[in-house]
Ligand binder design. Structure first.
Ligand code: AHR
Length: 352
């Protein structure tokens, strides 16, 4: 461009600069508006899922936490708010109230014990936050609203433990021999302990040759399982069969039995519960005899439930039990509702 008035040269340069700056500001403003609208959309899609977990007392619990955490965190647009109560009911109550204050969209709950939840779960209902019960059910389940519930059939698991021992004894020709049975229970007052003990004791009535000689809690941990077994080996005259309400306590008991110079799996028949990988290894090594399955893998169930609820679907108020197996050192033990599978045949496919 030809500029006839030389005094305008500098001014034109300044004008061009101003136009450039304005263009930059405009572009920046457009970008900012786009970012803002994107984050509003992302925020609108965000589903906050809160999970009150009991603690980390066993391999089962770790697998359960991993399954739920992994599934929620991997889901697009979902955020997990996780609380580990470290086996304390008061921590769980606090966590539930925090979830309400934060205005989460869903609460996943499993109670360390069965009783004492009426008030706080009523508060969850009042806040109209959909409640999903998993694993251990509270005893007030009938009185509160929940959108879905999913957990093991603890009474049946307990029945299977004793029935497996009774049928196995018959299969090796010891069906009429009087045998001494010890029951190591889980956390006192938990749904898993209450239900499995009910099943254990009911099944013992079906096998008159099996005599109960000891019964105590090992709190579902390996350390306490070992300590309880050590004490029993000193104070109880004879134990032929050990029914342990989870595998971790069974693994602790195996250490105690070996330390006492006895052979686990032979001198004492051991029937665990959960079917964790370490129990399969113990069975294959001949140190444990059977494990009754209780699945911890609730992640996919929770995901499907929330997806359905988000899509407007509703569920019947009912507690669903997954199908579970029995794994052992022989295979083919018929328990009426299920037949045992040889642990060695499926150990490689176990995921927890
Ligand atoms: O509630 C399930 C039980 O809790 C499992 O059997 C046990 O291992 C866990 O700690």
């Amino acid at each position: 461009m030809l500029i006839e008035d030389p005094s305008l040269i500098g001014k034109t340069k300044i004008f061009r600069k101003e136009v450039k700056t304005m263009k930059k500001i405009l572009a920046l403003a457009i970008v900012l508006v786009m970012i803002a609208s994107l984050s509003v959309a992302a925020y609108a899609d965000d589903v906050k899922v809160a999970f009150s977990q009991i603690g980390q007392e066993s391999d089962w619990r770790t697998a359960n936490t991993d399954s739920i955490k992994g599934t929620i965190e991997a889901h697009d647009g979902w955020t997990l708010i996780y609380d580990d109560a470290q086996q304390k009911q008061e921590n769980q109550i606090k966590a539930l109230r925090n979830f309400i204050t934060q205005g989460v969209d869903y609460i996943l709950f499993t109670g360390v014990v069965e009783t004492g939840w009426d008030e706080v779960l009523a508060e969850v209902n009042e806040a109209e936050i959909p409640l999903i019960l998993i694993d251990r059910m509270p005893d007030c389940a009938d009185k509160i609203d929940y959108v879905a519930a999913f957990g093991g059939d603890f009474v049946e698991e307990g029945r299977r433990q004793v029935a497996w021992a009774g049928e196995y004894l018959k299969s090796i020709g010891r069906g009429d021999e009087e045998v001494c049975v010890a029951i190591m229970e889980g956390t006192t007052g938990s749904g898993a302990q209450v239900g499995r003990t009910e099943g254990n004791l009911a099944a013992l009535k079906e096998y008159p040759n099996m005599k109960l000689v000891a019964q105590q809690s090992g709190n579902f941990t390996r350390t306490e399982g070992q300590a309880v077994m050590e004490a029993w080996l000193k104070s109880v005259d004879k134990i032929d069969v050990l029914i342990v309400q989870n595998d971790d306590m069974g693994l602790g008991a195996i250490d105690a039995i070996k330390a006492a110079g006895l052979v686990p799996g032979k001198d004492i028949i051991i029937v665990g519960c959960d079917s964790v990988k370490a129990a399969f290894e113990a069975i294959v090594a001949g140190e444990m005899n059977a494990t009754i399955e209780c699945t911890p893998l609730y992640g996919p169930f929770v995901e499907k439930t929330i997806e359905d609820l988000e899509a407007g679907k509703t569920f019947e108020k009912t507690i669903l039990h997954p199908e579970e197996g029995v794994y052992d050192c022989v295979g083919g033990i018929d328990l009426g509702t299920v037949t045992s599978v040889l642990a060695a045949d499926v150990i490689d496919s176990r995921v927890y």
